[in-house]
Design a protein around this ligand. Structure first.
Ligand SMILES: [Zn+2]
Length: 241
């Protein structure tokens, strides 16, 4: 498995180098320091994007607070139409792959149906352990434990498709496209879900909120890719895609 920004953010606490992994030879220490520095640089250049990454991949509550107040000041600049703050907070959820309220009923029924068995969670833990091993983490290290928690939370709380558990495929012997997510692995919210979640009419949404939502969403993605590019540039690791 090649290292992605997602994995890098999940595996490394940007704020500190743990003694556990830092003590394993000069090379890994250097690498760790490089990562910490790369995160710090991303925060400096694309602060909003950096915090979005921390929300998306680490479920970091401090970063979520930052992102929420950023969204609030964005609304204030636009003259605060009714439901605006709420709408933008749901845009953040969408960008971070969190389900919207209007999706929960459907998601919960899928979870009940496909995630009830112990086996469903075991396979998620297996996957997390495999990633940890491939990245040279000890099974009982803080990072490996947090990775397991993060992977489980993703299944329980994010928009990961409960039927295929994010793989996009179903069937044990003969694989076929998952009919619930149509092979995407996620149940992404759309504008209709957003409208239903803030409980406003389509006419109101189109008149007062649509432009705001579209602009803010674009801004979120630009900031996130800005932060990702800084991290990539700083780490200069060929395996980083
Ligand atoms: Zn699926």
């Amino acid at each position: 498995m090649s290292k992605s920004i997602e994995l890098l953010v999940k595996l490394h606490n940007p704020k500190c180098v743990s003694a556990e992994t830092a003590g394993r030879g000069g090379k890994s220490l250097l690498y760790k320091e490089q990562i910490v520095f790369a995160f710090a640089q991303a925060e400096k250049e694309f602060m909003f994007g950096y915090h979005l990454l921390m929300c998306k991949y680490r479920q970091d509550p401090f970063s979520r607070e930052f992102v929420n107040s950023y969204a609030e000041s964005w609304c204030e600049e636009c003259g605060l139409p009714e439901h605006a703050t709420e709408a933008l907070s749901y845009v953040v959820d969408m960008v971070c792959d969190l389900p919207l309220p209007s999706q929960l009923k459907h998601l919960n029924s899928l979870r009940k149906r496909y995630l009830r068995s112990q086996y469903a969670h075991l396979s998620v833990i297996d996957k997390a352990n495999k990633i940890a091993e491939e990245n040279g983490l000890l099974p009982n290290s803080v990072e490996a434990r947090q990775l397991r928690i993060r992977e489980l939370n993703e299944i329980r709380k994010s928009n990961v498709c409960p039927r295929c558990r994010g793989t996009g495929e179903v069937g044990r012997v003969q694989k076929r496209e998952c009919p619930e997510c149509r092979g995407k692995g996620k149940l992404r919210a759309n504008i209709i879900h957003l409208m239903k979640s803030i409980d406003c009419t389509e006419a109101y949404f189109n008149r007062y909120l649509n432009a705001l939502v579209v602009d803010f969403e674009r801004h979120c993605y630009e900031e996130m890719s800005g932060a990702e590019n800084v991290i990539k540039r700083q780490i200069k690791n060929e395996s980083l895609n």
